[in-house]
Each structure stands twice: as structure tokens, then as C-alpha cells.
Design a protein around this ligand. Structure first.
Ligand code: DC
Length: 260
């Protein structure tokens, strides 16, 4: 099985130029039918809670199919980080919405730059994850990022991972996966990841944080984390990465348009 690709195409599938949310353009594409029936046959959504392995699995599935990847969680992490950088009031929904709308991000060679600063690693910290979870509960933030996410759907094919890819962002995707795992297993995985990056981390507090974040993500009013009615749920607690990827690829052969 292939290594997880680290190129920017596989992180975001985006072109290296500066990117910023542009809801008007994306709404226009939707109206024109550019994200239409055929495009949907080339979209796989992978939703699920933190640490379920979505990012890794999405990148591998996309690499196999030659499709692009959208890591939607990174957009919320970038918004949270930018809100911190600007000392924004986390209780002011309009201000947070503006932060999301005005993000100036560049994806290049596996690196993410926020206003010229390399934030590739810093957006992955637990603190950034918690800030992301807070801004993700804000309607204005989700509205600002919606069109930008839909913009990633092209005829090349897209594997989109997040919380609401199958329920809100790509409700007509040909294949929807809900990937889950027990909180303990997810905490163990995150612990290993953070340790490898040399980040300070305590396992017990990670389990707590993961539970708290799940709670917030599942119970928020706006686009709560839940499986789409037509999603296939895969519990990865006792499966290897390769086994999960194989299951998804088998489904993709049934339900998606895999022609180049
Ligand atoms: O997948 P992640 O851990 O990088 O996501 C960070 C936070 O962003 C997470 O707490 C939930 C939120 N999120 C969301 O609400 N909707 C998405 N599509 C992706 C992430």
C-alpha cells in the first residue's frame, strides 16, 4: 500500500497559488450545474470524529484513484489560528465569520502558509484543534467556508474529509463514509502522532479532550457531526489502515465514476 502522500495536491488538492474563500464564485458554479450529477459521481466523502484516521485514509484513497483531497478540518484550524493571531473575540460570531472570509492561505509543496507564515505544524496542535472546534460551531464561519470547500470538486475527482462533507457540503456525493473508532483508540493514535512530532502530550488528558470535542461537534446546532443517512459506517478500532482503504476502494468501484 502506498505511503501517505505529502504533496500539497494531496493535502488540499489545490493549486499552489493564494487561495481564499469565495462563496459567490462557488454559488455560481452550483447554479451553473458545474457541481452537478456527473461531478457527484467523482466525490467520496469521509466524515467522522477526531482521530478516526480520516486524513490518512482520505489521502491514501485519493492517491489510489488519482483524485484530489480536501482536508476541511484544516480550514477550521486556520480560522481558529487566525482568530488567535488577531486577538479576535471568540464570542463574537460576526468577527469570526470575517476572519474566515478573509483568510489568506497558500498551499505549496505540502506546506500551509497563513499570511506568509508557515503554519503547517502549528495548526495541528491540540490547542489549535480546540480553537478550530470552537470556531466551527459558528454559523458565520461555516457559511464563509462552505463555497470554498465546494470549489475543490472538479472533474478530476475529490475525496473530502471532515465532519459534514456528506451531510452539508457534498450531500449528493456518490459514496459517503462515516469513519469512527473508540475514544481511547483515537486518543492513543493522536498521542503517538504528537509524540512523533516532539510535541508535549499526556494520554489521559487527550482522552478527555477528545471526548469534549466529540461532545461539542455532535451537539452543536450548526452542521453537527453525524453520519449521513446514506453513509456507510466503518469502525476502524480494530482495522488496519490498509483494510479500511481496501473497503472504501471496493465501494468506490461500485458507486463512483472512476474513469480518468
Ligand atoms: O478534522 P480536524 O480535527 O482537523 O478538525 C478540527 C475541528 O474542525 C474539529 O473539532 C471539528 C471541526 N470541523 C468541522 O466542524 N467540520 C469539518 N468539515 C471539519 C472540521
Amino acid at each position: 500500500m502506498a505511503e501517505v502522500p505529502k504533496t500539497q495536491e494531496h493535502l488540499f488538492g489545490g493549486s499552489p497559488e493564494k487561495q481564499t474563500p469565495n462563496p459567490a464564485y462557488c454559488t455560481l458554479r452550483l447554479l451553473r450545474g458545474e457541481i452537478g450529477k456527473n461531478m457527484n459521481q467523482k466525490i467520496i466523502t469521509i466524515d467522522g470524529p477526531s482521530g478516526s484516521g480520516k486524513g490518512t485514509i482520505a489521502a491514501l484513497v485519493a492517491a489510489h484513484l488519482g483524485w484530489r483531497v480536501l482536508d476541511s478540518g484544516a480550514l477550521y484550524r486556520l480560522t481558529g489560528l487566525q482568530a488567535r493571531n488577531q486577538n479576535a473575540d471568540f464570542h463574537n460570531a460576526d468577527v469570526l465569520g470575517e476572519v474566515a472570509e478573509n483568510l489568506q492561505v497558500e498551499f505549496e509543496h505540502g506546506k500551509i502558509h497563513l499570511e506568509k507564515q508557515d503554519v503547517t505544524d502549528s495548526i495541528r496542535s491540540e490547542k489549535a484543534g480546540n480553537d478550530a472546534s470552537r470556531v466551527a460551531a459558528v454559523t458565520q464561519v461555516r457559511a464563509a467556508l462552505l463555497g470554498w470547500q465546494q470549489h475543490f470538486a472538479t472533474s478530476q475527482g475529490l475525496v473530502a474529509d471532515g465532519r459534514d462533507m456528506g451531510t452539508v457540503v457534498f450531500p449528493r456525493a456518490a459514496l459517503k463514509i462515516f469513519l469512527t473508532a473508540s475514544a481511547e483508540e483515537r486518543a492513543r493514535r493522536r498521542y503517538k502522532q504528537l509524540k512523533e512530532k516532539g510535541m508535549p502530550v499526556i494520554l489521559t488528558s487527550l482522552v478527555e479532550e477528545i471526548r469534549e470535542r466529540d461532545e461539542r461537534d455532535m451537539n452543536r446546532e450548526e452542521a453537527p457531526l453525524r453520519a449521513a443517512d446514506d453513509a456507510l459506517t466503518i469502525d476502524s478500532s480494530t482495522l488496519t489502515i490498509d483494510e479500511v482503504v481496501e473497503q472504501i476502494l471496493a465501494q468506490a468501484h461500485k458507486y463512483c465514476d472512476l474513469t480518468p
